[in-house]
Design a protein around this ligand. Sequence first.
Ligand code: DQA
Length: 146
Amino acid sequence: MANQPVIFVLNGPNLNLLGTREPEIYGTDTLDDIAGHLDDRARAAGAVIDFRQSNHEGHLIDWLHEAQAVGAKAVLLNAAGYTHTSIAILDAIKAITVPVFEVHLSDPHQREDFRHLSYVGMAAKAVFAGHGAKSYELALDVALQL
Ligand code: DQA
């Protein structure tokens, strides 16, 4: 329907393997399962989810720009490993006015030291981490209230 708020959900590298990837850390939900739950939740609130995954940093940057160009209401971003390395993604978040929410299945602060630094977190509006697939739902609920 026209004029429904659109929320981009952008997923970075290796998240296509959710379900089988280190399930003791990331759980057994697949990315499709997560997309399905978010879709149901967004529809119930009269919003639309645009759910994507890429293993390539530049795709995530292009999609952040696209979120701005199409007037998305918010972006939920699980940049995965790029969270901890990508100044280019930080710059892209700073270059747009769409609010970006950082999402993680695990809690990076409870893990290795190199995961404690988040470039995404330097520009994100809020961080939702450590609740498995529920982290996305919590972030969506807040984004829908904007
Ligand atoms: C992750 C946490 C990151 O540290 C890791 O590189 C990932 C997944 C998470 O959702 O818990 O790939 O973003």
